[in-house]
Design a protein around this ligand. Sequence first.
Ligand code: F6P
Length: 522
Amino acid sequence: MDDSGGWHKIEGDMIPGSRRPSDPVPRVRRPLIVVSNREPYLHARSPDGQIRWSKTPGGVSVALDALMRERGGIWIAHGAGPADREVVDARDRIKVPPDGPRYTLRRIWLSAEEERRYYGGFANEGLWPLCHVAHVRPTFRATDWAAYQRVNARFAEAIVDELADPTTPVFIHDYHLALVAAELRARVPRVRTALFWHIPWPHADRLRICPWRKEIVRALLANDLLTFQLERDRRNFVWAARDELGAVVDGRVLRLGDHVTRVTAEPIGVDFDRIMGIATDEGLEAEMHRLRRELQIGTPIVGVGVDRLDYTKGIPERLEALDALLSERADLRQLVTFVQIGVPSRSKLASYQEIERTIDRMVADINRRHRTPDGHEPIRYRKSALKLRRLVALFRLADFCIVSSLHDGMNLVAKEFVAAREDLDGVLVLSELAGAAQELTDAVIINPYDIDGFAKAINRAIDMPRNQRRDRMQAMRKLVAGKDVFNWASEILEELEKHGAVSYPGAARLRQANGPAPGERH
Ligand code: F6P
């Protein structure tokens, strides 16, 4: 971390043509309030009775934690760890990271029933399949909706409790918390909020499935700034706001009643410097050896896939493509090991139990059918999360990495893989249906519904000449380095700071009288 008083200097030119050391990247340093369902750290008792903490895996959590370590402030989230209550103070707060505190985590407690209806039900059986075209039917229940409303109000109350200064920027995350800004603004009219919607926003025909779409769209418009991953999601939302509620659209500015919301698109990035730091660490080589031994990798070619076990990730399609390739090119059976890391997720829901069973079955079947006479099986399947350091080591072992989402807001695994490859090697095989494909056009782009084309693409990745691998990786690294998680956050928070002050109720009338705020583009 730098201490250069609000400006972050990039030391050294890591990628030719990317950020130059002389180009300081401005980083706003005001403390923040971040609000998300998932907490960055959780506490649990280990078998010896000691309370131990762990970091929540996953790109989004890692990215936001990086931002909070740099900015400081308060992160409000659901306390889901079994020993979470035992370590907080009287105000349900704890300083984190536990091994070197930089900011405060404020935990919110949910009953098992609330968790089942708000998180499992409305957010993950309703909104998640609504927003992802992955052929899982969204299920909406009035009881889940009621719990979702109640829990969102609870998050808003906790923000009020922490908001000593009403101008502190409040940065809300994702589809679990769509109603928070409206609840919050009803209590603190001048609050400044930005919400980042991490997942896709559905097209109008699909959105209509949701019985409470109008309420959700209206509540999202209570934010000062609403940001999506892609321009396509942004457009879909703008249509919804206009068609469902009659919001007035003026470029990026939407007006509903006397409230003004800026609606933008800003793809999320990764903590490139941190991943680079691990990738260039002397100890990484030893970690790679350990991993190779543990996973019993003896082949010259290694592929990887790292995903939450989610039906949107296209894991069965990936396995089908590998199967097709190994059937077509029997010579590869003793040359390739594919490591699939599957992190169990939302396991109480039937749709997740089913995808897990499907993947288990497919891996066993493929390993049985393609086993070589000397006992080598092509797929190593591990169902647990990896710490960032091990993840980077795994990425560095790989000749290719597959991201084959059927639909994905962004997919940070794709960007993490690129960030880890400071050796300028490795091929990314990337679904055109993941948001990351909009930026990482130098990946080998696949369509997970076209199994033959997918298999051919993996073959191409395996056979790709060194100079082509280097050129493609270099181009992708330039992109991922140039737009990291800090740049992403700065874009959003600077936009909020610039325009937030004029968007409280009554501001529109004021602005009609006084003309647009300075710097506002219409
Ligand atoms: O990418 C969408 C997202 O909801 C993230 O916000 C979250 O970190 C991730 O999926 C994991 O989901 P969950 O919090 O349900 O484990």
